[in-house]
Ligand binder design. Sequence first.
Ligand code: FAD
Length: 475
Amino acid sequence: KSSLVWLRRDLRAFDHVALHQALQHSERVYCVFIYDSTILSVLPRIDRRVDFIHASIAEVDAELRELGGYLITRHADPLQAIPQLAAELGVDAVFCNHDYEPQAIARDEAVQQALQADGRQFYSYKDQVIFEKSEVLSQTGGVFSVFTPYKNAWLKKLAADPTVLAPYHIEPHAARLAPPPATATPLPTLAELGFEPSNLASLQIPTGMSGAASLFEQFLPRIAQYKDARDFPAVKGPSYLSLHFRFGTLSVRHVVRTIVDLMERGAGGEGAAVWLAELIWREFYAMILYHHPYVVGGSFKPAYDAIEWEQGAQAEELFAAWCAGRTGYPLVDAAMAQLNQTGYMHNRLRMVTACFLIKDLGIDWRWGEAYFALHLNDFDLASNNGGWQWASSSGCDAQPYFRIFNPITQSEKFDASGKFIRRYLPQLKSLSDKEIHAPWLVPRMLRPDYPEPIVMHDEARKRTLERYAVVKKTD
Ligand code: FAD
């Protein structure tokens, strides 16, 4: 028997469920990655994520070659390319790992049907999360919509069965990997895929399995401080691993096993438990998306779809100012500059900028969601949608609608000395630590090249409370 392993958001060649299963159940195993032409065709020609995938794929190929195999790549629509390749290679089955996004589920169903029509099997496995779909339910068997009870049930389930963290080794059956043919075509260059290099390399954003491993190594000595450090964007507090979680260049089982071991040894302080809770948020949002796919484009709490957002030319102008980091609120603008220049934005700032767009500018959260989706290196439909609906108060377990972040106090609290602001807005460098949070209060000549605030927060706050009045009764 022979099979084909289809890599998607699991760009690694170790502790890989689909690859492990394929090697166990077949004598010959091929591996493929498809550069999905439908997804790539709508992206700008410079995209850090394509760069990241391209570099990470090269590493998977090199690793598979070490093990005696190789990676096939195609630039095509997987709906046709997978059944076609399966036929060319004459494999009996295709193996892959679950993807929980609605479009990916539909794609996989279509591929499965095409394969089955040809007499081939399609197997898919849980790999990118510890617990998926309906594995963590309430005592009455319901799907959770509040995070804390979900987290408690998740932790209880893990304690009851730690074997879910066991690795899925590749090495024992690696000899079954199909060897590279004598005339193997080289991996496509970025230019062949129709893209130009981004600034990913000059930003020194680590790629591939080796990049994920080194970031995780660097983070572990900091994890004990995570709880205190994670909210301050000028501090190296978080792990910067989101891009790697997104593309599966790390094994979530390995990561969680390492953290649980740390906690059991009494190491890792409070930070380890808080960080683990963030990984559980990731699974919570994936579970919500799976059970409630209508959150794509619609409010989790449908009553919130009655809110009337700003429309027309003025709304577009406000939105453009937010996108460009020209709102006149330094923390918001510095955060948007971080996103635009690097593709990363600190979690605290994602909350601040999202709340500002929705509750200070009165713009539909879906506009912001789409902007983040285009620009975030770690864009993940479930987490991004969850984050935006948290900020707009329309999501499950979201911030209550009357809690409106004050962009000035957020700035004073989380970037007190203005270190982060100065990094991205050098034109405000000379302002004092106190002035930098509200530059409109200092004479104009001291802040050239910096815009006036596009709204005044106190007035915007009142308008937002009025706007949200339509949902008051249901909240
Ligand atoms: P760390 O603090 O080191 O956290 C570790 C990991 O936990 C992250 O890599 C991520 O996988 C997960 N995680 C952390 N916080 C969250 C969270 N709130 N929700 C879900 N998972 C979380 N995260 C994405 O991965 N992709 C997105 O598209 C995304 N969009 C967001 C949009 C908004 C409006 C908000 C408020 C949050 C969003 N997040 C998103 C969540 C969070 O901001 C990022 O995961 C985090 O900033 C990534 O940095 P890190 O890896 O250094 O995080």
